[in-house]
Design a protein around this ligand. Structure first.
Ligand code: ZN
Length: 242
């Protein structure tokens, strides 16, 4: 058990939503750290966070795939954009791990521009890019760059907020004021992805699959956000092979 993370997460949960501890909750199992027990609420999302590694629903979908396929990142060349904390903690000592973001931080060890990646062709075994492309004006260039730096046979993981009711991605018309784009797309997002998102990945050369899980796995590991809002594709991750 990771006591310092555990104490921090419990303190935060008790401060933000003390009422949750009056409610009985079933034991869940984390796909990343293996913790079994009560998960903690995050804002409107009941049982979203693992108290032992801070993982959230979407992180655990990724964790389920890695675990199910026996994928071990130690020693692997991995490019990870804006790393999620539980994964950064796991992989930070791997010398071939590039935790990239627009600036250095506690969970970023490199500055990487997804539209102009400073590594050679075929450098990485794996690439992880969750909830990045909706912030990137030249997203097609970003996808091309991800494809370029991946080794043949390598795997990249992508997810974005995705409107299942929309067949085609909405791009703001030229000249639309930034405030209007933000009102439509949400904070700091530059477009609304539709069901054609995987086609965009395929267009740069990837063969694309979706990580699937059973309803039982969804419950046991709490993989789907429960907040009564539109899920916006938060329940799926695309696995892309080069
Ligand atoms: Zn965990």
């Amino acid at each position: 058990m990771n006591l310092s993370v555990f104490a921090q997460e419990y303190a935060r949960a008790a401060m933000r939503k003390p009422g949750q501890f009056l409610q009985a909750r079933p034991a869940r199992q984390c796909t990343i750290c293996g913790y079994e027990g009560r998960f903690l609420d995050v804002g409107p999302r009941p049982e979203a966070r693992c108290p032992n590694c801070s993982s959230k629903e979407r992180d655990r979908i990724m964790g389920l795939y890695l675990r199910r396929n026996g994928i071990e990142m130690n020693g692997k060349a991995l490019l990870h954009f804006s790393p999620e904390r539980p994964f950064f903690r796991l992989w930070k000592d791997n010398p071939n791990y590039v935790a990239g973001d627009v600036k250095l931080s506690r969970v970023a060890n490199a500055v990487v521009d997804i539209t102009n990646i400073q590594f050679g062709d075929g450098h990485f075994d794996y690439l992880i890019c969750h909830h990045i492309l909706e912030h990137v004006p030249a997203d097609a260039k970003g996808m091309q760059e991800c494809f370029r730096v991946l080794k043949p046979g390598g795997t990249a993981f992508f997810s974005v907020p995705l409107d299942q009711n929309r067949a085609e991605t909405w791009e703001p018309p030229p000249g639309m004021p930034a405030a209007e784009i933000e009102r439509i797309c949400g904070w700091d997002h530059v477009r609304l992805y539709g069901r054609d998102f995987p086609d965009k990945l395929a267009a740069v050369g990837f063969s694309v699959d979706e990580i699937r899980f059973t309803p039982e796995e969804g419950e046991r590991h709490r993989l789907t956000e429960k907040h009564g809002l539109d899920l916006q594709g938060l329940d799926r991750i695309f696995v892309c092979k080069k």
